[in-house]
Write a protein that binds this ligand. Structure first.
Ligand SMILES: C[S@@+](CC[C@H](N)C(=O)[O-])C[C@H]1O[C@@H](n2cnc3c(N)ncnc32)[C@H](O)[C@@H]1O
Length: 192
C-alpha cells in the first residue's frame, strides 16, 4: 500500500496549486490530510461544515469535493489576497460561503449555531477559543486539526502549544479522540 497513490484530486487543484505557489503561500495543508478531509466530508450528508483558516482554498477544495449537494461549508480567513485565489477557483460553488474576518471574532459570532464538521486550521478554534469551537459541534460532529507533528515552519515555542492542545483534547470526556501520527499529524475528535 502506498497512501500517496491514486489520490484522485479535485479538478480545481491544479489551478489552485499554481496560484498558491505563485503567491509563495507556504502553509498549505498537505494532500494526504486533504484526502482524509474529503473522505470524512463524504460521510456527512446534508451537513454544515466550518473551516477556520482557508488559506488559498486547498483544503476547501477537497472538503467541497466530498460534500453532497445538500451540505454547506463556511470558510474564514483574515487574508483577503489568499481568499481572492480561493474565490477565483471555488467561488462559484453555491454550497460555499467565504468570510474575510478575524478568526477569533468570527468564531465568537457563531455562538449558538451548530455544525457537523469543523476543520480548525488557524489559531482560532485550535490554539485559541478551543472550547468555543467544540461547543459548536452537533452530537456526532467531527473536529479535525492537522500539523500536530513537528513542522519546519513552527515558530519558537510552538511545540509547547501543540503539546497542550493534544493533552487538552485527550482529556475531553465528551469526545472520542484519535491521534494519528500520519501525514502532518492529525487529531480527530467526535462529539459523543
Ligand atoms: C495553515 S493556514 C491554512 C491552510 C489552508 N487550510 C490550506 O489547506 O491550505 C492558516 C491560515 O490562517 C490564516 N490566519 C492567520 N491568522 C488569522 C486570524 N487572526 N484570523 C483568520 N485567519 C487567520 C492565515 O491567513 C492562513 O491562511
Amino acid at each position: 500500500m502506498n497512501d500517496s497513490h491514486s489520490l484522485n484530486a479535485p479538478q480545481s487543484l491544479a489551478g489552485l496549486w499554481a496560484d498558491t505557489r505563485a503567491h509563495d503561500f507556504t502553509m498549505a495543508s498537505e494532500a494526504l490530510t486533504c484526502c482524509l478531509l474529503r473522505t470524512l466530508a463524504a460521510s456527512k450528508p446534508s451537513a454544515r461544515f466550518l473551516e477556520l483558516g482557508s488559506g488559498t482554498g486547498l483544503s476547501t477544495a477537497w472538503l467541497l469535493d466530498g460534500m453532497d449537494a445538500g451540505s454547506h461549508l463556511t470558510t474564514v480567513d483574515n487574508d483577503a489576497t489568499l481568499l481572492s485565489i480561493l474565490k477565483r477557483h471555488l467561488g462559484a460553488d453555491p454550497r460555499l460561503t467565504v468570510v474575510c474576518a478575524d478568526g477569533d471574532e468570527f468564531l465568537q459570532s457563531l455562538r449558538g449555531q451548530r455544525f457537523d464538521f469543523i476543520f480548525a486550521d488557524t489559531w482560532a478554534g485550535k490554539y485559541r477559543l478551543l472550547d468555543e469551537a467544540l461547543e459548536l459541534l452537533n452530537p456526532a460532529g467531527v473536529y479535525v486539526v492537522d500539523d500536530m507533528l513537528p513542522q519546519t515552519n513552527w515558530p519558537e515555542g510552538h511545540s509547547g502549544k501543540v503539546a497542550h492542545l493534544i493533552a487538552t483534547l485527550e482529556q475531553r470526556k465528551d469526545f472520542h479522540v484519535t491521534t494519528l501520527a500520519w501525514a502532518s499529524g492529525l487529531i480527530l475528535a467526535t462529539r459523543r
